[in-house]
Design a protein around this ligand. Structure first.
Ligand SMILES: *Cc1c(COP(=O)(O)O)cnc(C)c1O
Length: 398
């Protein structure tokens, strides 16, 4: 017996749920790429992307996933012989460091593990110790999607300034942009990267790189940047094809236009506030479940939790059992426990994640939580009752 019929819900941290408006906008025959609507739409995306990132700087679009955006951003500011500092708080911080290494860039890693946010004092110390100023950039993950840690990007900027160090601040906002408050200019990020399939609610395929004049100056001093990754022509195109270094991602352009219309109609502040309220409901439920049994939120301090993804732990293999039960019986797919394997739990079967980014609302979140309650009960996984009630009350309190 299964109750999984009906519309499935992938409550995973990307690709996120796509709105009907986005899907409908993309459902069309191949448009003209020489002139007309696609050209006008592309130009219209740039200021609206900058509004989401809260920057007066440049916005560029790559046909790429988040890994491509990582590489695009690095390729413009660092190369063989250069050095970057990576304060990592999960799998994605480590992943950006790996991309840097394979570009020939030396990486100084400060690994904060899987439960602790970036300590800006340690960043400041590392920069002070860099007396010959070799570090060109600090690569900070705003929200690490594996651990669901949300780092204080503005505090990292303060640490760089306190050390009197010229390094650029680069922020990975792939999981956070259009979900969590991010203020590129006010927080002093020089570069920010994002991707289409998370808060932007568009299929995977577009990577975004935002940069300011300080970063542009670092780019200008680079001995060479591959023509494809170079952000200069993309940000100041002389011809339409320069925007994408080749054929335009025609259908994604329509989808992104629809998504940006939705984001700005709701208002970016309102989008952030919605995610915060929905995250609060999820946390309220998880805190109740955890009062009896093993369920625990990966990040103890609310101030450092993502509002778009929640990493949770059970005793292995109950995380995987719960995920499988929900998929088979409730039509809900939860995220796997990424990068959370340990010696005792080599496949990370104790961990799982709830994705709540982008096109999500109260009934979707309550549906996931109710389905989880059913799964915990059906599988005999010990938990306190009343969690969904607590989530509903958190939402009612606003
Ligand atoms: C998803 C994600 C990435 C990687 O994006 P892909 O599209 O899977 O390449 C990188 N960083 C963060 C924080 C992410 O959430």
């Amino acid at each position: 017996m299964s109750d999984a019929g009906g519309r499935p819900y992938r409550a995973i941290p990307g690709p996120s749920v796509m709105p009907e408006e986005v899907l409908r906008a993309m459902h069309r025959t191949a448009p003209n790429i020489y002139a007309g609507e696609v050209v006008d739409l592309t130009e219209s995306l740039i200021p609206d992307l900058r509004r989401v990132a809260r920057t007066e700087g440049h916005a560029t679009i790559y046909i790429a996933n988040g890994h491509g955006a990582w590489e695009a951003s690095l390729a413009n500011v660092a190369g063989p012989g250069d050095k970057v500092l990576v304060p990592a708080t999960g799998r994605f911080g480590l992943g950006w460091a790996e991309i840097a290494e394979t570009l020939g860039v030396e990486v100084e890693l400060i690994d904060f593990g899987r439960q602790t946010p970036i300590d800006p004092n340690r960043v400041e110390e590392a920069l002070r110790a860099d007396t010959d100023r070799r570090i060109k950039a600090v690569l900070a993950t705003h929200v690490d999607t594996s651990t669901s840690i949300r780092n204080d990007v503005a505090a990292v900027r303060k640490a760089i300034d306190a050390a009197g160090h010229p390094a650029l601040l680069m922020a990975d906002c792939i999981a956070s942009m259009a979900c969590d408050r991010f203020e590129m200019d006010a927080w002093g990020a020089d570069v920010a990267v994002a991707a289409s399939q998370k808060g932007f609610m568009v299929p995977p395929g577009l990577g975004f790189v935002f940069f300011n004049e300080r970063a542009a100056a670092v780019r200008a001093a680079m001995p060479r940047v591959s023509r494809y990754w170079d952000w200069r022509l993309r940000s100041e195109p002389e011809m339409f094809y320069h925007y994408f270094g080749g054929t335009a991602p025609t259908h994604h352009i329509y989808g992104l236009r629809a998504a940006l219309d939705m984001i700005h109609a709701e208002g970016i502040e309102a989008v952030w506030a919605r995610h915060e309220r929905l995250a609060g409901a999820i946390w309220a439920a998880c805190e109740v479940w955890g009062q009896a049994g093993a369920l625990r939120l990966n990040v103890a301090d609310r101030a450092f939790r993502s509002h778009a993804v929640t990493s949770l732990g059970l005793n292995a293999p109950d995380g995987t059992r719960l995920r499988q039960w929900l998929e088979a019986n409730a039509g809900v797919t939860l995220g796997i426990g990424l990068g959370m394997a340990t010696e005792e739990d080599p496949h990370g079967d104790g961990y799982f994640r709830i994705g709540h980014m982008g096109h999500v609302n109260a009934h979707m979140v309550l549906g996931v939580l109710g389905a989880m309650e059913a799964g915990l009960s059906a599988l005999g996984i010990p938990h306190e009752t009343g969690a969904v009630d607590a989530a509903a009350r958190a939402l009612a309190a606003g």
